[in-house]
Design a protein around this ligand. Sequence first.
Ligand code: HSE
Length: 307
Amino acid sequence: MNKTIKVYPPGTVANLVCGFDVLGLCLHQPTDEMEVTLTNNKQVIIKSADGYALPSDPALNTAGAPLLEIMQQLNNDTGFEVLIKKNIKPGSGVGSSAASAAGAVIAANHLLGNIFSKEEQVSFAMFGEKVASGVKHADNVAPCIYGGITLIRGIFPLDIVSIPAPELWVTLVHPQIEVKTSDARQILRKQVLLKDAIKQWGNIAGLVAGLMKNDYGLISRSLEDVIIEPVRSILIPGFDEVKKKSLVAGALGGGISGSGPSVFMLSKNEATALAVKKEMNDVYNSIGLEHHLYVTRVNEEGMRVEW
Ligand code: HSE
């Protein structure tokens, strides 16, 4: 008999400002909805329950590609049917492709009786990221699968570390423009100056230490990106103003969420996160750009699963 499971893959914020490709956090909101059925017809069928024209060819679909890898490893008649309702808009910078990839893998793992480790699940999900952005990166799929904040020390071989953190609120604004991760990666400089690299790795170490020591001051000082943000922020209308006004409203800091165009800010408490939301709303209203706002917390539990 076919078995079906429902999963709610959450959005994720990759990079956490200074940690390009190595840091990410899991959100409570927004989340996608996926229904995955285990079949014995050795194929992956992708169906969409939303208006996005995502590829239905499993090899080109971020949920389909990891499932094909799982099937290849199983080497039997196992197949999957996937129904996806995306609430995380593709090209938003909130880990939309990762949500589909991680959702498919977590669902498959449950359906198969929890046969894969978390690291193995991340390595399957990275095949979905490769479809989406041309390269394997784990800074969205790892927090989506592990929950909380993750450090990806390396991907070949995978070395993922969960980072404990104090209470953190996330305010996120998604201006309604699309930035493709592949495009946002292509515009990056291939080389960095040593003086910039020194600043950046100081900040990454400072951020991780600040999170682990519950030191909000250190977290705040470390939320600085001298390598990626100066290049990518040009693609995001209102970026500088959002950042300036959010800091005045009391945010610890923040920047581009993943490859953008969403912008996120971290705050110590809900009241500050709501004040930041108001500033973000004002900036995009004054520009006249449609936008979605979220105030949420770091999601330590990770993806919700329902039988
Ligand atoms: N680290 C990736 C990037 C995340 O910034 O290109 C994409 O969501």
